[in-house]
Design a protein around this ligand. Structure first.
Ligand code: FAD
Ligand code: NAI
Length: 506
């Protein structure tokens, strides 16, 4: 009885302390204190974008070093790895976004956040032009500002290869709005198939979902669609669920080329069990309103009727990036994106740093790379600010030195000592090049299974299955930028476990 009493009290105290801690942290985060104002003596650092690279930079940056201005058409950060979960209603869209101001308002010096799209970067005059592209506009909706340093992190856009009909008829899986649109259109297909009198052929067309691209986005989305079908649609649409088909089309001989062979095989066999058809060596040539046109492995052309096409066929550079590169034709020739040196400096430009998917480096265009580059750049910018301060002080001392030739011996010695000290500190300043540390590749493949290629003792550890899925969940939960997002995502997972996904169409 004594033991039970002690256990009960300990549990109660633990729960109360955790709840108190949780309440304290959330309230502290909700009420940021006053910030230092902009300082006319500091340099202006303009950050373009609020994605993985830019957000990681802002989280690490010491804002006392600069006057920081962030410009992005989205006033939030989107946690892309969980986007396919939003497309099938496992997660609420708001659970995986974080307003940029929630980060910048906690910085020591104020940061100006502007919701606008950069339309031009002038690397010669060091200016950025941007405009308000939102529905509501004020008197001013376009302007130009100058920068001393520019961090260019605008990411990439969907690659359509100019294939006819893709823009008009396919859903993408890149932005939050894409996932919301896909969810609406998917449920529209199902409800339309349930319309009385629909003939069998039309029902089969409406219930055929085609995912284009066997990269991680296409695979994860197909897995999520399968879960939605098994866990929920079978209960609410028993007469239709058995007729829903998911087909994944991939131009290359295999899906997931970045994963090890054994995990590719595991994914293919899991998809087979889940009745997701994989068509490899098959290329989409056109997307029509009610069908896709495929070039089969034997080069024959086949038209496949379908209700929904999701386009996950990779990315390309934005127009803004292409325009910027065109202004530096001698140094920027890579068609994949901006060429940078080992310190993320854009080649041929002064004061521009580029990070993430807009760059052409030896690394894959992933969130892992972009966020490490952002954090690295924040440290480099801090080092540069400190170097600037030392150089400024050295110039002051040298000017003073010229003026105090008539000063006392002691004054002259003090001046000389400080000058020498700063000169030697400046000599020691050495910027370290960016070094990427690969933490492994993870992907969800549906049916409560995930795959993981993890670096292990100079080799690779490949694992797939339910345990890896639990690891996948905990890895992404801990990677989310805030306690708020972690709580929202965990609550959504619990809600879906208890009540299932919502099949209403907004
Ligand atoms: P982004 O994160 O795309 O950010 C670009 C920012 O620039 C955005 O805020 C955008 O609004 C802004 N912007 C756009 N145009 C302008 C403009 N004209 N002016 C100013 N700002 C502009 N990677 C992984 O490592 N692991 C994963 O599990 C993973 N899952 C993914 C799942 C999906 C569905 C997708 C689509 C991608 C996934 N990725 C994953 C890849 C990862 O999201 C990208 O590599 C990463 O977002 C790149 O970061 P970034 O900062 O370069 O660009
Ligand atoms: P991707 O570029 O990795 O894959 C696109 C696939 O589409 C390619 O395999 C390509 O062969 C195929 N394709 C292109 N055109 C086609 C056509 N006309 N017909 C049929 N197939 C066609 O793109 P994805 O999956 O969007 O990933 C983009 C980046 O984001 C990658 O670097 C990826 O590693 C990263 N990412 C990582 C994730 C993870 O680690 N879990 C999840 C999602 C994305």
């Amino acid at each position: 009885r004594n033991f039970l009493q002690i256990l009960g009290r300990t549990t109660l105290v633990t729960v109360l302390v955790s709840a108190g801690g949780f309440y304290y942290i959330t309230q502290r985060d909700r009420t940021p204190g006053p910030q230092m104002p902009f300082d006319a003596d500091k340099k202006t650092l303009v950050v373009l974008g609020s994605g993985w690279g830019a957000t990681s930079l802002l989280s690490t940056l010491d804002t006392t070093d600069y006057n920081v201005v962030v410009i992005s058409p989205k006033n939030f950060f989107l946690f892309t790895p969980l986007l396919p979960s939003v497309a099938v209603g496992t997660l609420n869209p708001r659970s995986i976004i974080q307003p940029t101001r929630y980060i910048t308002r906690h910085k020591t010096r104020q940061v100006s956040v502007i919701e606008a799209e950069a339309t031009d970067v002038d690397p010669i005059n060091k200016t950025v032009t941007f405009m308000d592209n939102s529905e509501i506009k004020g008197n001013v909706s376009a302007t130009t500002i100058s920068y001393d340093y520019l961090v260019y992190g605008v990411g990439a856009e969907v690659q359509t290869f100019n294939i006819p009909g893709v823009k008009e008829h396919a859903c993408f899986m890149k932005e939050l709005a894409d996932a919301e649109r896909m969810q609406r259109e998917f449920m529209d297909c199902v409800e339309t198939a349930a319309f009385p009198g629909q003939d069998a052929k039309e029902v089969d067309r409406l219930l055929h979902m085609i995912v284009v691209g066997g990269g991680p986005t296409g695979i994860e989305l197909s897995g999520e669609l399968h879960d939605f079908l098994e866990d929920d649609l079978k209960s609410w649409y028993p007469e239709l669920a058995g007729r829903i088909r998911i087909t994944l089309v991939e131009a290359l001989p295999s899906v997931l080329p970045m994963f090890s062979k054994q995990l590719i095989d595991y994914t293919e066999s899991t998809f087979k069990e889940s009745k997701i058809d994989i068509m490899t060596k098959t290329m989409v040539k056109e997307v029509k309103e009610n069908a896709v046109v495929l070039q089969m492995p034997d080069k024959s052309i086949v038209e496949v009727p379908c209700g929904l096409v999701v386009w996950a066929a990779g990315n390309k550079g934005r127009k803004l990036t292409q325009d910027l590169m065109a202004k530096l034709p001698n140094d920027q020739k890579n068609r994949r994106g901006i060429e940078v040196d080992d310190f993320m400096r854009m080649k041929g430009a002064s004061g521009i740093f580029a990070i993430g998917d807009c760059t052409a480096t030896s690394y894959a265009p992933t969130a892992q790379v972009a966020s490490q580059q952002g954090a690295y750049l924040a440290r480099i910018l801090h080092q540069m600010a400190k170097t600037d301060e030392l150089e400024h002080r050295l110039a002051q001392l040298e000017a003073l030195g010229r003026g105090v030739s008539s000063g006392t011996e002691e004054e002259q010695k003090k001046l000389k000592d400080e000058t020498e000290d700063i000169a030697s500190r400046l000599q020691k300043v050495k910027l370290r090049p960016f070094h990427y540390s690969h933490q492994g590749s993870l992907a969800y493949i549906g049916s409560d299974k995930a795959i993981a290629d993890l670096p292990f003792m100079n080799g690779n550890f490949a694992s797939g299955g339910v345990t890896t899925y639990l690891f996948w969940r905990s890895a992404y939960l801990s990677t989310l930028f805030s306690l708020r997002n972690r709580t929202l995502v965990a609550t959504d997972w619990l809600k879906v476990k208890i009540f299932g996904r919502d099949v209403s169409r907004e």
